[in-house]
Design a protein around this ligand. Sequence first.
Ligand SMILES: NC(=O)c1ccc[n+]([C@@H]2O[C@H](COP(=O)([O-])OP(=O)(O)OC[C@H]3O[C@@H](n4cnc5c(N)ncnc54)[C@H](O)[C@@H]3O)[C@@H](O)[C@H]2O)c1
Length: 431
Amino acid sequence: MDETNLTEPAQFVALQTTQPGSRSEAGFQRRTSMSLGIAVIGAGMAGKAHAAAFRTASTLYNPVLPPIRLVSIGDVNAEFGSHAARRFGYERSDTSWQAIAAADDIDVVSVVIANSLHREVVEGLLAAGKHVLCEKPLSDTLADARAMAEAARNARSIARIGYTFRRTPGIAYIRDLVQSGVLGKVLHFSGRYWTDYGSNPQAPMSWRYKGTAGSGALADVGSHLAYVAEFLCGDVRSVNGGQLSTVIGERPLPLGAVMGHDHAAVGDTFERVENDDYAAFSATFDQGVGSFEVSRVAAGHANSLIFEVFCENGAATFDQRRPAEIGLFLNDGASAQRGYRQVILGPEHPYIGGGLAMDAPSVGFGQNDAFGYQARAFLEEVAGIDQAASLPRNATFDDGVHNMELLDAVARSAQAGGSAVVVDSGKLASA
Ligand SMILES: NC(=O)c1ccc[n+]([C@@H]2O[C@H](COP(=O)([O-])OP(=O)(O)OC[C@H]3O[C@@H](n4cnc5c(N)ncnc54)[C@H](O)[C@@H]3O)[C@@H](O)[C@H]2O)c1
């Protein structure tokens, strides 16, 4: 479906299957025809965004989704789980993913926990017949990600990965401008994703600082930036100039549980930071070239995904600090009058018409809305709503593997002093 035209009526056909055999069990069909039971595993920073998104998903666009039952929030930290369940209106909380896998009243599960835990939980849920929406990156190692993609291919249920920024109206609109020929062929992409959650040396040790080369800032925010770049420009064929740097070598252990980037109280025991605070690389796309820079120590930039894409007919720019607008430059009109224009986003742009309660021009837009579109797209697919009448589908686990292959090539380039490395699969990122 054209991402600029999301207000067309969609018909909900409860038992129409898009994946033959995926909903063959009588019990599942009976439940799906009536309602979908939802669980979110992980009540941390992004888990809460998923919990809220499933709440709003059926309030977006036309009311064609089956009834959604918000069933459980799962977290090993009982307090986090129970607080999130009460806050977002879920029936209960669980402290083990196995309880969610075994629950008869749950059909759909978001997995929103540390990357190194994704494989075990996702495979267990798929084996139990649950539909799974996994957070990025697919895993902390390429081997585990490939195993998960294999499990997804063999599963009876649907497995998808959420790259939330593809749901950002400005980014989706720039893609439309490229693909419709208004901007035309991409020549050069320049992107950075700067964050500062690690810029204070007293920021507590957490799972984000553990893992192999490339599992730090490159995996955490570079996975988003790399996905967005391929979403706009097409496949990356090779990378070069890979650089990974750890600039704060150790961090204090927290005294209690840490959620997301919280600066919780710390003690005086320090542990080594194992992975990259900063990463940079250049890339060669099928057509065009690009440069990338990611950081978790860029003080003053809490969440700055910023890019500029230069094309044969002009250029466009996006800045997550001002997500309700894009910059557009077109090579048209008198050359003396050319310049970047500010385009404020509204209902003529992707996702917004019907996708916000008040969908008038210039009402603003935020990252949490994108989680709502992501959840909506997943529920539409699970409910068997025709693709042409749905939001664009979420990415596949194969796309998730491709994203990690690209990042792995960056890590190998860095290890080889910046040499060029061909990206393994060359599989197209999801459309
Ligand atoms: N799409 C986005 O914009 C976005 C943003 C942030 C994080 N993420 C992704 O979401 C995932 C989680 O990140 P986060 O920042 O929310 O982490 P977090 O540390 O804030 O939260 C993780 C939660 O998982 C819980 N947990 C740990 N082990 C568990 C287990 N075995 N079973 C159930 N719960 C367990 C922890 O208690 C914690 O509450 C990561 O994959 C991350 O890359 C995506």
